[in-house]
Design a protein around this ligand. Structure first.
Ligand code: AMP
Length: 384
């Protein structure tokens, strides 16, 4: 089915054409018509499924149909867990809005940077605000923004929002919104707390389930390698060189390790950068831009720092340290193989973490055969 049958305006279709999206992804096919009709949506979808465009396109179109009248009032509020995601969603929306006949003002606001420029940007109002919850409340408290006229609320990556401890902020924001509004909730996973949030905030929603297998998994080759913890950096170098990965996102457990592993790779001649919450916003933006432009080949990140990063054509993700939970595993490997492109997700499994990785496999319902790489045989080696 082509995009042109989904009910989008010619201007938005032109923007989609410019993005070179060949056809709508499964979530876009279902969500776009539903959102255009003003329905609530409960969507189980991962990053990489095309979920941003699935809500951004119809919401832009709906904004044009509203009686907006000056001063600009925030009609659409999109809550996201991280600053990177806020910036990315904001950029996508601005890009899609590029050909609209009437300008639509989209502002992204997030913590970790000075509030003043965001207050300035909000002067005169905005149609659509993309925000992390804490900063949004700060701005509301500073009277920089009114949310009493919001007609559509989007909760993006709802599981992450709750994981990061935003439950109170969300409750406080939702309390200040008008009762009657359209609600869209997107989440990769639905543990009890997310289901409860969905049940509280959604009204007679259309449910959309894009199982991980529909978009992400066929494109992602999952590998796991038995290796001694002490030899992981060498193995990483070996894999990068052997497979010619142009860009690799490597996950480690601590902020300290981001710097440590990056330094070891740089010493071996591989351009690598650390990406952690320790960095200033400027340093994060630079690291991400260098990585996107392939000036940096390897980005070493923690889960928290990497949440919501969207880098097209990421060929490889490496779990240098295994994630603690299956949810984190799913989010990590979802960074490669975006929207149908192929990618590889490699997990390093030292012998003492074999049981932990088995649990991750079991919860995901997959079995990823362990490999042993010649020259990197584990000392007490166990394989299956
Ligand atoms: P998201 O799930 O929103 O994080 O999107 C993941 C990636 O897929 C982004 O890089 C988008 O630019 C890309 N994308 C979104 N929709 C499509 C589509 N219909 N066809 C191809 N790529 C897409």
């Amino acid at each position: 089915m082509p995009f042109s049958l989904l009910g989008l305006s010619p201007e938005l279709l032109r923007a989609v054409g410019e993005s070179n999206y060949p056809a709508p992804t499964p979530i876009q096919k279902e969500a776009i018509p539903a959102i255009l009709k003003g329905k609530d949506v409960w969507a189980c979808a991962q990053t990489g499924s095309g979920k941003t465009a699935a809500f951004a396109l119809p919401l832009l179109q709906n904004t044009l149909n509203l009686d907006r009248g000056p001063p600009l009032r925030v009609r659409t509020l999109i809550l996201v867990p991280t600053r990177e995601l806020a910036a990315q969603v904001g950029e996508s929306m601005q890009l899609f809005a590029g050909y609209l006949r009437q300008p639509v003002k989209v502002i992204a606001v997030f913590g970790g940077v000075s509030i003043n420029p965001q207050m300035m940007a909000l002067r005169g109002g905005a149609d659509i605000v993309v925000a992390t919850p804490g900063r949004l409340l700060d701005l509301v408290d500073h009277n920089a923004l009114r949310i009493g006229d919001v007609t559509t609320l989007v909760l993006d990556e709802a599981d992450r929002l709750l994981d990061l401890g935003f439950a109170d902020e969300l409750a406080s924001i939702i309390e200040r919104l008008p009762q009657r509004r359209q609600n869209l909730l997107f989440s990769a996973t639905f543990p009890a707390a997310v289901r409860a949030l969905a049940e509280q905030s959604l009204h007679d929603p259309i449910r959309i389930d894009v199982p991980a297998t529909a978009v992400t998994q066929p494109a992602i080759l999952q590998r796991s390698i038995h290796v001694d913890a002490a030899r992981r950096t060498q193995l990483l170098r070996h894999l990068i060189n052997k497979h010619g990965w142009t860009r690799t996102l490597v996950f480690v457990a601590t902020r300290y390790s981001t710097g440590h592993v990056a330094e070891k790779l740089r010493r071996a001649g591989i351009p690598a950068a650390a990406f952690s919450g320790d960095l200033s916003q400027g340093a994060r933006t630079k690291a991400l831009a260098d990585f996107k432009a392939a000036r940096v080949k390897v980005l070493i990140a923690t889960d928290v720092a990497a949440r919501g990063i969207d880098i097209a054509q990421l060929p490889a993700v490496v779990n240098y340290d295994l994630p603690r939970s299956t949810t984190d595993y799913v989010h990590r490997i979802g960074r490669t193989g975006r929207a149908g492109e192929s990618g590889v997700a490699v997990s390093f499994v030292p012998a003492n973490l074999e049981d932990h990785f088995r649990l991750i496999e079991k919860r995901q319902g997959v079995r990823v055969p362990r490999e042993i790489i010649a020259g990197f045989e584990p000392s007490g080696g166990r394989s299956s």
